[in-house]
Ligand binder design. Structure first.
Ligand SMILES: [Zn+2]
Length: 310
């Protein structure tokens, strides 16, 4: 018999709740096998493990950017199928898109060679862009994708990605003043004198990594973080984060929503999900939290917390 989950809510309610909002993500995560995430509103795919083109189906033409975190096989072997499906499927075959990847990645080199050999002489409307931490790629007039440094393995360069949105707000000097006073100041000084520009983190993905530097994730709407292990004593080499480390990052950075993924296949699922729910409760993380496991977003937090992803 399966261990009884300690979940305090009704699974049917969770399903209803998930369907009742515009859930922006689809994905798949199984370490060693396949990892990918499709953020539909941003038209952004992070990593391209096996099964990506099949799962996207007719949406295969939608992504404008595929951002690869590193060249391990479980993150890149869906690329030949993706590139082929877009080039030869019944859709916008000439629609351009960009594949960002870490500079000097042996895994990406191997996949590009495979694509060239699979379809000799065929050209694809894809721009391959090698990036290093700090590099940015414009998504639209207000949003940019930025690569940041993470710690994974030696020999396969790895990066995380975050999406930054340009916003305007009242300067610290004026924030909190009554609106009547703001209007009076705006008339006398001009509204621009009261405002400052800043960049808000809409979305951040660690890729495979140890705990990321929290400065990258401050006030992010949504963090997707490696949680291969449930405890540090179950980790032999410092190449993947634990769920507790990921929760620490999310709490310290005041992240609004958290998705844990890449949970090791060593863990028996019902017991691991129970343990994760206890960890989330203990951490005090106040927002919605999920485990992405295979193709399922499994709620780890109380679903009465309003989802905030947009
Ligand atoms: Zn990896």
């Amino acid at each position: 018999m399966e261990p009884r989950s300690s979940e305090p809510w009704n699974a049917g309610t969770v399903e209803h709740w998930k369907r009742s909002v515009e859930f922006p993500l689809r994905g798949f995560s199984r370490g060693l096998y396949s990892n990918w995430l499709w953020h539909r509103p941003l038209q952004l795919v992070i990593d391209a493990g096996e099964g990506l083109p099949l799962a996207l189906g007719s949406s295969v033409y939608a992504p404008a950017v595929v951002a690869i975190t590193h060249g391990h096989s479980d993150h890149v072997l869906g690329l030949p199928g993706f590139v082929g499906a877009r080039r030869f499927g019944k859709g916008a075959q000439e629609k351009p898109y960009t594949v960002l990847h870490p500079r000097g990645s042996p895994g990406i080199d191997a996949v590009r060679q495979a694509i060239e050999k699979l379809w000799i002489g065929v050209s694809f409307p894809v721009a391959w862009v090698a990036v290093e931490p700090g590099a940015t790629h414009s998504l639209d007039s207000k949003r940019r994708l930025e690569a940041f440094s993470v710690a994974h393995v030696v020999g396969e360069p790895s990066i995380g990605y975050r999406v930054l949105e340009s916003r305007r707000r009242l300067t610290a000097e004026h924030a909190g003043k009554p609106s009547a006073e703001i209007e009076r100041l705006a008339k006398s000084q001009g509204r621009d004198a009261l405002m400052e520009s800043f960049e808000h983190v809409l979305f951040i993905h660690s890729g495979d990594a140890m705990a990321i530097d929290i400065t990258n994730a401050m006030d992010a709407d949504l963090l997707v973080h490696d949680a291969t292990f449930l405890g540090a004593d179950e980790r032999r080499e410092p190449v993947h984060a634990t769920s507790e480390e990921a929760l620490d990052v999310a709490c310290a950075a005041h992240v609004r929503e958290l998705v844990l993924n890449h949970l090791s296949v060593r863990y028996e699922r019902p017991a691991a999900i129970d343990r994760l729910r206890q960890q989330v409760r203990r951490s005090g993380f106040p927002g919605p939290c999920w485990l992405l496991d295979d193709g399922e977003f499994i709620p780890l937090s109380d679903p009465s917390r309003a989802p905030a992803a947009s």
